[in-house]
Design a protein around this ligand. Structure first.
Ligand code: HEC
Length: 107
């Protein structure tokens, strides 16, 4: 499991650094990829097992930003389960990404 996640991170980082040409794009996309990494590791493992829950992808995460903000920061219902709490770094990263999407983060 850990090895698999590590590999996913490495692949994402390689994609991030090779596909972005301008500095600005690089910064924005790196934030998004880090947020995506959290959604994959901390959310999808569970969502993927239940019907009707969104499995987050790079393509759908922006349009789900509002729902993610609502569940994680406003209602604080996600990630479900006491063992699945996000650490402060993960929360901060998600907020940084949310602030960069069109959806404004409320606290
Ligand atoms: C252990 C299981 C589990 C984990 C981990 C989990 N979820 Fe969920 N999620 C659910 C379930 C079950 C629902 C359906 C609503 C409910 O039962 O509360 C849901 C619903 C949602 C919804 C609303 C419906 C949708 O799919 O748009 C959002 C948004 C959401 N989760 C975001 C997240 C995010 C973001 C994370 C990770 C930071 C996360 N969840 C982690 C189980 C989980």
């Amino acid at each position: 499991m850990l090895l698999k996640h590590g590999l996913v991170s490495i692949i994402i980082t390689v994609i991030a650094t090779t596909t972005c040409s301008s500095q600005n794009t690089l910064t924005t996309d790196t934030v998004k990829l880090k947020a995506f990494n959290i959604l994959v590791n901390r959310c999808n493992f569970c969502h993927a097992t239940k019907k009707k829950q969104d499995v987050f992808t790079l393509l759908n995460m922006d349009s789900l930003a509002r729902a993610i903000n609502e569940q994680v920061f406003v209602k604080k219902k996600m990630p479900k389960g006491r063992k699945n709490r996000l650490n402060s770094l993960e929360l901060e990263l998600l907020q940084t990404w949310l602030a960069r999407t069109k959806y404004k983060v409320e606290k």
